[in-house]
Ligand binder design. Structure first.
Ligand code: NDP
Length: 675
């Protein structure tokens, strides 16, 4: 008998006492493994996540979590051959496996990098800017994001056993939330193997990842308002989860990514001889055949201008004829098997439903030629292209989760948009056009119905990642039928797991809470210039109050001549007098900023290594000849870099004039040595 998959629960591997259900190789029908979660203590898993995994994760900063993810990504990448070898049993070709395995590991890398670059080396994130709530500035408000002391349950579909897990794990992990992953049973042997390698590596804090192999049973009963469920799968199961009392009344957050009838629209401008025509055909065929069409983003509806529909059908038929179908172990095979015979039955049923209003123009759901493989025991299905009758309803309602697409014709851009919208909300649409007017009107029409829109033309085609690839930095999810959930999208996905809270306080207490100096909070002026202090010595609130400097007309003229910025407001007294904002010659904003640098700098070699930019620069009051300016520079934020012997220091800079009015405000960004 083959192995019984185990669950990783509460710090150890759990093996069910029964024999479990057999999981069959998609192409050969041989048993790969068995699965059962009978006897698994789900309450103990949730407790372990809350009491062990969560605290361990939240004791790390975002940067520390990000480096754990990076180390994990490297580790998995180094051992990926083993995943490829097992993945073939899911029916996947090498190309399909790359999407799942490399795509999943790539997502880890991407979140690791974003976590380091876009999140602070801290455990909270500030949201938006400071709000002054009182007259004097003694009462201010700031939104902050904090980690929730809960658990992230992730229920995945069978089609991406690796990517599905990693794309949900990475953002939850960064957010400080421990994960319990529940892969779809059909392909859980691959997820189990990857989890085994993750646990063995010891790279993630204990308790931050647990695995359920088999049914989720009563897992949702254990969840409360700090917990969340991210689900990918069928609308039917999504409906069951939505109706769970924990979700309806208990405040458990549920994110759903379910069925989606994605479309690709060929623009009305495209002629058969245009490069866009070929791009369109290639895109549709790729989406029909990668993963044998078992992708939530696959193109189910091919929406084309009626005048060109015949040529589109012919071109699709010709290209589909080249798709060899069979056992994915054969390198000549372009498209492997569906995940199971059960899935093939489901697709055949969906095709029968589509036939109520569409005719099959390419392929045979019960026949078709295989290059290799057992047509009875393997879940093979050759690609099927249908043509919808005008006004057909089914193509907009029925999701055949396999290599199946339907051609639907339109006349005029409005009809194309209306047809796309009949999918009632989808993950992704592509529009293949080279016409800027078509691009704008179609994208604006599609956007409310879609989570992502790809505009494809001759200019972006070479670099395009394609219709079907969700990217870590872009949101994945769609409204309506697609579930209404949102995953990925860079740091958005991390914040999605966190709680936003508005904090109202005095500037000093707010500084204590956020670890970032707040306007109005105490400033410490000491004899030693802060540029003489290393990162270890600098403190939030350390301040330089500069001497003053009078800006003369000669300064302004010199700067104009020296830089070549002879804009009339700095050089032509008569013209400047007519300027409604200035009423006379004013100093260049960059002169003011340069003079301010001259006022606050401490010039000798020391721990400050570089000035790498300014943020949020605003010129507030014009500086006229003979105005006297001064600058106050305060340490606002200190971010040591884990991977370097220096860190970033953000300084609050305020330049004022002789009346105390703010002339310019900005943040100065420097790199400062740790010691
Ligand atoms: P399911 O909805 O049946 O299963 C998805 C996941 O939910 C699996 O992990 C499954 O576990 C789990 N699950 C099932 N019932 C429950 C429950 N009551 N409580 C908690 N978890 C549960 O979808 P499938 O993966 O079987 O796919 C079926 C169909 O869903 C496809 O044919 C396709 O139409 C659609 N689908 C859509 C996707 C999309 O993103 N658009 C992606 C994948 C599928 P187990 O496997 O152990 O039952």
């Amino acid at each position: 008998m083959s192995t019984l998959l185990e669950s990783y629960a509460a710090g150890g591997w759990f093996r069910a006492a029964d024999e479990g259900q057999p999981l069959l190789d998609a192409a050969t029908g041989e048993e790969v493994a068995r699965i059962s979660s009978r006897g698994l203590d789900l309450a103990a898993m949730v407790g372990y996540a809350r009491d062990t995994g969560g605290p361990a994760l939240r004791s790390l900063t975002f940067h520390e979590r990000a480096s754990a993810l990076k180390a994990l990504a490297k580790h998995l990448m180094a051992g990926k051959d083993e995943f490829y070898a097992l993945s073939v049993r899911t029916g996947a070709t090498v190309r399909d496996t790359a999407v799942d395995v490399d795509g999943g590991i790539g997502t880890l890398f991407s979140f690791a990098s974003k976590g380091t670059r876009e999140l602070p080396n801290d455990t909270i994130v500030l949201d938006g800017s400071l709000e002054r709530l009182g007259k004097t500035g003694a009462f201010v408000g700031q939104h902050i994001w904090t980690s929730r002391p809960g658990v992230a349950v992730q229920i995945n579909a069978f089609n991406f056993p690796v990517w599905g897990m990693l794309e949900k794990l990475a953002p939850a992990f960064l957010a400080g939330l421990p994960t319990i992953v529940k892969p779809a049973s059909q392909t859980a042997y691959l997820t189990e193997l990857v989890v085994r390698r993750i646990i063995e590596s010891g790279l993630l804090p204990e308790g931050s990842l647990q695995l359920i192999s088999g049914s989720a049973g009563s897992l949702l009963d254990e969840l409360t308002m700090q917990d969340s469920v991210a689900f990918t799968g069928s609308a039917h199961t999504a409906g069951i989860l939505r109706r769970h009392p924990g979700v309806i009344d208990g405040g458990v957050r549920l994110g759903v990514e379910a069925d989606s009838l994605n479309c690709s629209i060929l623009g009305p401008d495209v002629r058969t001889e245009d490069p866009e025509f070929d791009l369109f055909i290639k895109g549709v065929v790729a989406e029909m055949t990668v993963k044998a069409g078992q992708k939530c983003t696959a193109i189910r509806r091919v929406i084309v201008p009626s005048r060109i529909a015949g040529q589109v059908e012919d071109a699709l038929a010709a290209r589909l004829a080249k798709i060899t179908v069979g056992d994915p172990r054969n390198a000549e095979v372009r498209m492997g098997a569906l995940a199971s015979l059960g899935q093939r039955d489901e697709v055949r049923k969906a095709v029968e439903a589509l036939r109520a209003s569409s005719e099959i123009i390419v392929g045979d759901p019960y026949g078709g030629t295989l290059l290799d493989g057992d047509a009875e025991r393997g879940a093979f299905l050759t690609p099927l292209l249908l043509r919808a009758a005008k006004g057909a309803v089914e193509p907009h309602n029925v999701e055949p989760f396999g290599p199946v697409s339907t051609v639907i014709t339109y006349d005029g851009v409005d009809e194309a948009v209306a047809l796309a919208a009949r999918g009632k909300g989808s993950l992704v649409a592509s529009v293949v056009t080279h016409d800027p007017d078509v691009a704008r009107s179609v994208v604006l029409g599609l956007a409310p119905w879609h989570g992502r829109v790809l505009l494809l033309d001759r200019d972006d085609a070479k670099e395009s990642t394609g219709h079907g690839s969700p990217l870590p930095m872009l949101v994945h999810g769609g409204p309506g039928r697609a579930g209404g959930g949102e995953e990925l999208g860079g740091i958005r996905a991390v914040l999605h797991h966190m709680q936003r809270t508005a904090v109202q306080a005095s500037p000093d207490l707010l500084t204590a809470v956020t670890g970032q100096w707040t306007t109005g909070a105490a400033q410490r002026v000491e004899e030693i210039h802060p540029f003489r202090k290393s990162l270890a010595e600098l403190r939030i609130g350390d301040t330089v109050k500069s001497a003053t400097r009078t800006v003369t007309l000669a300064d302004i003229e010199h700067f104009a001549e020296f830089t070549g910025d002879t804009f009339y407001a700095h050089t032509d007294a008569e013209a400047a007098a007519r300027n409604p904002l200035f009423g006379g010659i004013v100093a260049h904003g960059y002169l003011v900023v340069s003079l301010a640098a001259g006022l606050f700098v401490e010039p000798s070699p020391g721990p400050v290594l570089a000035n790498y930019g300014v943020d949020n620069l605003r010129f507030l009051t014009p500086v006229k000849a003979d105005d006297t300016i001064a600058v106050t520079l305060t340490v606002k934020q200190i971010k040591p870099r884990n991977s370097a012997d220096y860190g970033e220091v953000r300084w609050d800079a305020v330049v004022t004039n002789q009346d105390g009015a703010p002339v310019a405000t900005y943040d100065v960004l420097t790199l400062v040595a740790k010691n």
